[in-house]
Ligand binder design. Sequence first.
Ligand code: LLP
Length: 427
Amino acid sequence: MATLEIGGIDCKRLAEISGTPLLIYDEAKIEEQLAAATENFQSQRFETEVVYAAKAFSCKAIFEKVRQAGAGLDVVSGGELYCAHQAGMPMEKVYFHGNNKSEEELRMALELGCGTVVLDNDMECRKLARLAEELKKPIQVLLRVNPGIEAHTHEYIRTSGSDSKFGISIAKKNEIKALVNIAMLSDYVQFKGFHSHIGSQITEAAAFEEALAIMLGFIREMRDGYNISTKHLSIGGGFGIRYTADDKPIPLGEMAEILARTCERLLDEKGVRLEKLLIEPGRSIVGEAGYSLYKVGFSKDTDTKHFLFVDGGMSDNIRPALYQADYSCDIANRLGEAKNKTYCIAGKNCESGDILIKEAKLPDTACEGDLLVMYATGAYGYSMASNYNRAGRPEVIFVKDGKARRVLKRESYEDQLRLEADEPLSL
Ligand code: LLP
């Protein structure tokens, strides 16, 4: 009976040392994905930049890997910005996104020397210009526009329809012109170009190629009709990964190569130029590198189901409950045994919807004390984790070449009480 090894280490040993639920990252896989993106996203015609979307998974250790790979970082909150700064990320490579950044957050971005703010609307542009002048801090900006593509993915993670809360519709050219003018009038705000993001877990290149064609056509119209010159274009992230055998995503390196070549071809077709093209992968950098390790507890049979209960659930991975996301799994200590029984893998959170995998084929010997591994949980698992039912966030470890290191400690009961207070407010 074989046991799963990750980074050359037996999972049983990792569970013994660190306990469960445990999130394990295969560091080499993260490095491979960062290299696949940066090495294949290249052009002789324009600069390129790969910007890691921190929302997929953020901590100092992952930012360190991003920095080492020479990639940039996409942050969407003061918290991510702060963590990036604390991790020693070169701030000029940080892109600050979000549809409702607060004044404090914008101020913080300027003070920390954040390179680029990705503007969402004209109110934000005015506020940023005012703050940049007050603080005498220069800042580059991109404007997020909405190319109106409905990518084939779950509706919650589709972002680019014309009613999206993000960005300005590219049909609203006068509004866009007015916003760019606000930026141009400021001595501190430097307008660089446009940003678009069409959705997430998109497995084919076609939607991105379409977005590129629309965006480059739009850039030409803004040049010819509105005298706006665009230097940079980001086409966002959203590159899909393999959660189950049904997913057949284009590998990230190939996708990056296709996008660089498509952009070169479209520049000629549309008769425009670009100084720089950017992509913002999040999920595809960390998703498949992550393994969630749970301990199997009780089990129960109903008339139609065989439940296996694990010691985590929607508090550490809300994706199945929120998006009906599918995952695959194994009993990590029973690899090689015939998978001859269908189980329903349920978590321990107090909610009927706390089902991690509806139907999982596993050996019929699966029992209390076994280790269940869920694959490809590295993106949007930990970063969307909660303390629902006062569950502590799991420990996170990085493994590579037979060595392991803890990068995030398990959240203890005391940790959860650290925000408790009983303080009168002076009114
Ligand atoms: N850039 C922008 C502007 C984004 O909004 C996003 C993701 C990304 C890049 C990175 O997308 P990725 O390469 O990771 O697909 N919680 C959802 C996904 C939400 C994605 C939000 N924006 C999930 O668990 O599927």
